[in-house]
Ligand binder design. Structure first.
Ligand code: NAP
Ligand code: ZN
Length: 415
């Protein structure tokens, strides 16, 4: 496809500033002379988008446009409507109109600054890293996406791309990785802002393809809850013939049940909520244990190959270490605010391992999306308008969601 850069008086005036900052004017795709119907549509979309950028305002000199968003101003304030800056797409960028964004418990931890000892939150904070949307513009060097495509963004928007982790496709371990929110923004300064917003601009290497058969509202949570559970399940060899425990039937937990079931494992759910038993079985569990019933827990002693702990709050990990067989592994994906107590003897006896796992790299995230496409796996979602986000956080803390909130971003228009 032939590419061309949009030029305007304002852009020409801003060239020295933007070049000094490495910011380029929006590069857009235009159709060849023999226009196809699709190409004409793309061109119209991009043209309209450019006009919309200008209408929305922003800082032309800095190469930014204004996007509507929801932000928290402090750890104790409710989230409220605001306006944030997004960069114009540079040559490798994809601009996405956000359709749905899942609510991850990490959003809540971050908004309330519960991880301040490791990741202090910088305010105002716009969370959201389970993003599915429609591509509205692409830079001149973008080959993998075009306007109109369904696309997704997860927890990372960049990395240094040169370290051994990046070379291995394990960007989640890159020491210079840029998170989707609350990381330094290399392009326009300040910090990155997440998916509780109308649009986002991301380098094509960090944009994922969503299988078109999947419902976009239910697919959004795959971008964090999906990959965060898929990655350790695959890494620790969960497959047919393995007995796997999933602790906590929340957003991550219910994805883990679906994925472990699809991988062929024998799946046991541990929940504190007796009311979730039927759901757990429907989602793919073979057994359900109410973790507060010690007799039920005892029956499982020494029987698990692998346990995935997706609990967001303080709890007794020792109760689960006892359930591992010799050489079994328990992996923490849940990240409670306070440190967990681990008795040495629970690991020594049985040569057991306790580990942790963060999200997943970009190639594995695409693999997970394709796997979910093949197995028709999406999250069970309650779709809400953005105006209900504060209520949703309160309900998340009470484990009162089946099993992920997905924000319909069209609601931002009236925010
Ligand atoms: P969530 O939807 O709130 O689910 C957490 C589940 O934990 C609840 O549904 C509940 O399940 C259980 N739980 C809650 N409070 C509990 C308590 N006091 N004692 C025992 N169990 C309790 O949260 P999520 O979005 O799935 O996230 C879970 C955790 O993973 C969070 O800490 C989040 O920050 C973290 N996370 C980590 C990564 C990573 O890369 N490692 C990525 C995303 C999220 P039951 O009702 O079944 O007991
Ligand atoms: Zn998350």
């Amino acid at each position: 496809m032939v590419t061309m850069r949009i030029r305007s008086l304002e852009f020409e005036r801003a060239v020295p500033y933007r070049e000094a900052k490495g910011i380029h004017p929006p590069a857009v795709t235009t159709p060849r002379k023999k226009e196809t119907r699709q190409a004409v549509t793309e061109n119209q979309i991009v043209g309209r988008l450019f006009t919309e950028h200008k209408k929305k305002g922003g800082d032309i000199m800095a190469g930014t446009w204004n996007a509507k968003a929801y932000a928290a101003a402090s750890p104790t304030s409710s989230m409220a409507s605001t306006t944030i800056s997004r960069r114009y797409p540079t040559e490798h960028d994809v601009q996405i109109e956000i359709l749905f964004c899942g609510i991850c418990h990490s959003d809540l931890h971050t908004v309330r600054d519960e991880w301040k000892s490791v990741f202090p939150t910088i305010y105002p904070c716009v969370p959201g890293h389970e993003i599915v949307g429609r591509v509205t513009a692409v830079g001149s060097a973008v080959t993998a996406f075009k306007a109109g495509d369904l696309a997704a963004v997860g927890c990372m928007v960049d990395s240094d791309r040169t370290c051994s982790e990046c070379q291995a496709g394990l960007e989640q371990f890159c020491p210079n990785m840029t998170l989707t929110y609350n990381s330094p923004d290399k392009h326009i300064g300040g910090i990155t802002r997440g998916g509780y917003s109308e649009g986002i601009v991301v380098d094509q290497r960090f944009v994922l393809r969503v299988p078109t058969a999947l419902d976009p509202a239910g697919a959004a949570p795959l971008l964090c809850a999906g990959i965060t559970t898929y990655s350790p399940l695959r890494h620790w060899g969960v497959t047919k013939g393995k007995k796997v425990g999933i602790v906590g039937l929340g957003g991550l937990g219910h994805m883990a049940v679906k994925i472990a079931h699809a991988l062929g494992a024998h799946v046991v759910v541990f929940t504190t909520s007796p009311g979730k038993k039927e759901d757990a079985l429907r989602l793919g569990a073979d057994e359900v244990v109410i973790s507060r019933h010690s007799n039920e827990m005892k029956k499982q002693t020494g029987s698990f190959d692998f346990i995935l702990d997706a609990v967001s709050a303080d709890h007794d990990v020792n109760a689960y270490l006892q359930l591992l067989r010799r050489d079994g592994t328990m992996t923490l994906v849940g990240a409670p605010e306070k440190p967990l107590a681990v008795p040495a003897f629970s690991l020594i006896f049985g040569r057991r391992s306790l580990s942790g796992s963060p999200i997943g790299g970009i190639p594995e995230t695409q693999e997970m999306l394709d796997f979910c496409g093949t197995h028709n796996i999406t999250a069970d979602v309650e779709v809400i308008p953005i105006q209900k986000v504060n209520e949703a956080y309160d309900r998340l803390l009470k484990s009162d969601v089946k099993y992920r909130f997905s924000i319909d971003m069209a609601s931002l228009k009236s925010a």
